[in-house]
Structures are given as structure tokens and as C-alpha cells.
Design a binder for this molecule. Sequence first.
Ligand code: SAM
Length: 366
Amino acid sequence: MPRSDRPNTHPNHNRQKNPTSTRPKKARGDHRARQPAHEYVLEALPGLEGVAAEELRTVPLARDIRGLRFWYPGDPERLTRLRGAVAAFRIRAWDVPRPRGLLGHQQLGELTDFLAGVARQGGHRSFRLAAAGKESSVMQRLAEELQRSLNLPFDAEEGELLIRLRPQEDGPGWEVLARLTPRPLSARTWRVCNRGGGLNATIAYALHRLAGQREEDRIFNPMSGSGTLLVERALLGPYDAMVGVDTDAEAVACARANLQAAGREVEVAQVDALHTGLPDRSFDLIVSDLPWGDAIGTHGGNAALYPAFLQEMHRLLSRQGRLVVLTHELRLFERLLAGQSRWHAHELFQVYSGGHHPKAYLLGKR
Ligand SMILES: C[S@@+](CC[C@H](N)C(=O)[O-])C[C@H]1O[C@@H](n2cnc3c(N)ncnc32)[C@H](O)[C@@H]1O
């Protein structure tokens, strides 16, 4: 390709000038004025619980952490900024043997206060219930009562305040979970453009966390689609250079729109990842979400694409570089790995998301 069309990987070209300067400024309360501690629980995509738990350990004041459950006296807004979990819930237990017990005068008053506190902070405009037997007459009555006491409309499908009821894990009662945010945490505010095959942002976050973040990394995201991996890396902190490519002009425009909404400058070019014309060893980290052969690409096409991809990425990667591959073409990819000797590879995770169960691998050059 002509030199002027090549993605620029010069170290200073895409350096973030000030990685924190464009973050939207939010009014912060005085954190010395502690609020009462509440119990919370995070929900992660199955397979990413460890990533969410590690991020939780970075939350100041989170204490008594058991898996993804913890006590926290701080501003819940901090929990809505977690990136490895799909949801954060405030949780409270009632000493009742069945959900019917929540309809008692005292319990209903306490439940209303609990839920109204979450809705006030989260700005939810409707609610829904999620529980085994949610069609039962007890649940219907609960929905009616809460509609009145919370003064919020009940919307069984789209209700913003997601309320889960379940038997207590470590006691005889029932616990109620209220999601802090009207939408899942994985629905990022930067996503102004969506495309079929777009990656769940918490998976992108997990890939970067497990690949390791280094300020000196020159990063390549071949087949960048809507730019999920680019945005999530750009938000994580400094790097030396980063570039994404995709053959599809609409994907390139989509990634650019998302990056702009995130307030990050990253070059995205309409270029074939297998023919970038870039010099050998241009990158220290290559992060890829390859076509899975369903929404994007075909299984037949992938049989030719994947080996060519591995060969070209070997050329573009520095000697100690890391190649991260996320794919749902498990048999094809594992067969390719087994039949070659230029890469060492290990599995990072397998995640369950949207009916798929892709695996992530970390490869290095032998
Ligand atoms: C699975 S999608 C990537 C989705 C992306 N992670 C996201 O979050 O939107 C794969 C992308 O690879 C692109 N693609 C396929 N073959 C390519 C090639 N040879 N070079 C560059 N991009 C390619 C497709 O246009 C598609 O956008």
C-alpha cells in the first residue's frame, strides 16, 4: 500500500498527550464524609470472575471481600466505574422464609427504602423483577406494591432498576439485589456506534488486563471492527503507540466515532491486516478479536485467514512481543497451534457471553 496510507506507528504519533485530561469531570462528594456501609455484589460474565475480583481489590474502602461480594461505605458512583464486571448490585437480606414475607407492612417499608435509595442514586425510571417464579401471584403483588411505593412504573422486560430476589446464600431468609445502574456496566457510554460482532467491552477489558499494560507498548489491533479493544486500552492508561485497522470502511468510521466519544485519539485505518506494509517487528502487543465465522466471516474463509494471520503477526511482532487472540473457532485455532512450532501459547480464559463461548489465548514467539 502507498506509504501515506500506512498506519503510523512512530512512537510519538499516537502517544496520549494527557491520558486523564479528557475524562469527563464529575462532581465528587467529600469522601471524608463517609456514608453508612452497604453490602454489594458484582456480576461478571462466566469465565471473567477472576478479572472482576482483581479489579474489586483496587477499590479503596471495599472490605470483607468474599469472591465478588463485599461491604463498602464509599460513594456507590465509584462502583459504577468498574470495567471488568457487567453489573454491580446493592444487596440486603430479610429474615423471611418465602418472598411472600416481603409483603408484610414492615418488610415492604424497609424494602421500599432500600430500593428507593438505589433508584435515587442511579436515576432509574422504571423497574423489573427477576426471580424464579416471577409470574406467580406473590411476585405480581410485589410488583404492584412497589409500583405504588416507589412511584416508578413496572416494566417486566426493560425495567431499568433490575431487582433480583433469591434465597439467602448463608442464612434462612431471602435476599434482594438492586442493580446500581439503569443499564449494565458493559454498555459503555462511549459506545455511540454498534456493529454486529461487536465485542462485549468487559471482555476487551479482560483481554488487556491479562495481556499486561506497559507504557512502552506499541500496540496493534488488526480487524478492529467497532474499536472496542482500542477504546478499552486507551482508557486504561499510557502506551507508546496504538493503531487499529479494518478492511471495512464502515467499521473504521464506527471505531473512530467510538474513540471520539471516549475522548481518545487513536489512528484507525482502512487497511488489510495481512498487508499493512509495515516493517518487521513493528509491535510489542497485538490484540485481536478474529472473525468467529458466524456474524462476521465464514468458517471456510477462516480456514485460510487464520494461518495467514498467524504468519503475518509473527512478522509484525517484536521478539519478546505478546499476541492475544480471542476466537470462537476453537477447533481450527487449536489445530493450527498444534501443527506449528513458531509460537508458544497458553489459554487465558474461556468466557460465556451472548450464547457464545470464545477462548482467549496469549502467544509469544519461540
Ligand atoms: C469479529 S469482528 C471484530 C469486532 C471488534 N472486536 C468489535 O468490537 O467491534 C472482525 C472484523 O475483522 C474485519 N476483517 C476481516 N478480515 C480482515 C482483514 N484481512 N484485515 C482487516 N480487517 C479484517 C471485519 O471487517 C470485522 O470488522
